[in-house]
Design a protein around this ligand. Structure first.
Ligand SMILES: Cc1cc2nc3c(=O)[nH]c(=O)nc-3n(C[C@H](O)[C@H](O)[C@H](O)COP(=O)(O)O)c2cc1C
Length: 254
C-alpha cells in the first residue's frame, strides 16, 4: 500500500497523489477564510466580439421520458448516422438539461446540474457539425441569456479528432460539446480544493447530457482522452485561467 507519511516529500510522490493529499480537508487544520466579495469573479462569460449571436428556441420537452428507463438504457454510443441532421430544438433541450437556469436565489442562478457553492465554473462550447439552421462552427453557450455566441465558422471535425487522440466519433456526431473551467470562479472560494469540485461539476453536467440525449432518442459519448492545449487553442482559451476539462459527442445512433 502506498504511504503518505510526508505530503511535502515531492521527490517520492506523484503529482496526482500530492494533489489528493494536499487538498484534503482536515478538521485540525481547517481555518476560517473570509471571502472577498469585491473580488468575486463574474459568474457568466461573455465574449467581447463574437461573429454573431444565435438565439435558441425555448427547450420544449415533448416526450415524457421515464427516468428509470433512461437510467437502465443509457450507454455510451459511438456509432452515429452521420447523414441525419439534428434540429435546434434538440440542441436547446440538451443545453437546458446540462446547464439550464431553473431558479434564482439572491445572487445565485441555480441550474439543472448541481455545482459546489453554486459557483458554476464550467462553461459549455459546442462544435456544431450538422444542426439544421446553424452554421458549422464553434459556439459558446450563454445560459443566462440562453443563446449561442458564434466564435469560429468552419468544420473543426478533423482538428477535434486529432485533439482527441484520433477519436473519429467527432466526425460522425452531429454535435460535440466541450466543457471548460473558469478556474478562478471556484478558486475564489475553495482555493486549491476547487480543482476537485470543478471535475465533479463536469461529471454532473455530462450525466445530465447522457440522460437527456437518451430521452430524445440520441446517443452520447463522453470524451476524457484529449490533448488539452490542442482543444484550448481551438476554443481560443489560455489553458490556465480557463482550460478544457471534458468533452462529449451526441448524434443519432445507427
Ligand atoms: C471521465 C470519462 C472519460 C471518458 N472518456 C472517453 C473517451 O475518451 N472516449 C470514449 O470513447 N469513451 C469515453 N468514456 C466513456 C466510457 O468508456 C464509458 O462510459 C464506459 O465504457 C462505460 O460504458 P457506458 O457509458 O456505455 O455504460 C469516458 C467516460 C468517462 C466517465
Amino acid at each position: 500500500m502506498t504511504s503518505f507519511s510526508d505530503p511535502n516529500d515531492i521527490e517520492n510522490q506523484k503529482i496526482g497523489e500530492i494533489f489528493q493529499q494536499q487538498t484534503k480537508y482536515n478538521p485540525d487544520k481547517l481555518t476560517d477564510y473570509a471571502l472577498d466579495w469585491s473580488r468575486r469573479p463574474d459568474p457568466f462569460k461573455n465574449h467581447e466580439s463574437p461573429l454573431a449571436y444565435i438565439s435558441l428556441p425555448d427547450p420544449e420537452i415533448k416526450t415524457d421520458a421515464n427516468l428509470w428507463r433512461l437510467l437502465r438504457q443509457r450507454r455510451s454510443i459511438r456509432d452515429y448516422n452521420a447523414e441525419r441532421g439534428l434540429d435546434k430544438g434538440h440542441l436547446s433541450i440538451l443545453l437546458w438539461a446540462m446547464q439550464g437556469i431553473t431558479a434564482k436565489y439572491g445572487e445565485y442562478h441555480l441550474r439543472t446540474a448541481p455545482s459546489a457553492g453554486a459557483l458554476y465554473p464550467v462553461e459549455t462550447y459546442i462544435f456544431s457539425r450538422s444542426i439544421e439552421g446553424l452554421e458549422t462552427g464553434i459556439y459558446h453557450f450563454r445560459p443566462q441569456v440562453f443563446d449561442l455566441e458564434l466564435l469560429k465558422r468552419g468544420d473543426y471535425a478533423r482538428e477535434l479528432t486529432d485533439a482527441t487522440l484520433g477519436q473519429t466519433i467527432v466526425m460522425l456526431a452531429q454535435v460535440t460539446f466541450v466543457w471548460s473551467a473558469m478556474v478562478e470562479r471556484s478558486k475564489w472560494k475553495y482555493r486549491q480544493r476547487a480543482y476537485r469540485y470543478i471535475y465533479l461539476d463536469a461529471g454532473h453536467i455530462a450525466q445530465n447530457l447522457y440522460l437527456a440525449a437518451e430521452g430524445l432518442g440520441l446517443g452520447a459519448c463522453a470524451i476524457g482522452a484529449l490533448f488539452d492545449d490542442s482543444v484550448n487553442t481551438i476554443l481560443g482559451i489560455d489553458g490556465i485561467k480557463e482550460t478544457v476539462i471534458y468533452m462529449a459527442t451526441v448524434g443519432w445512433p445507427k
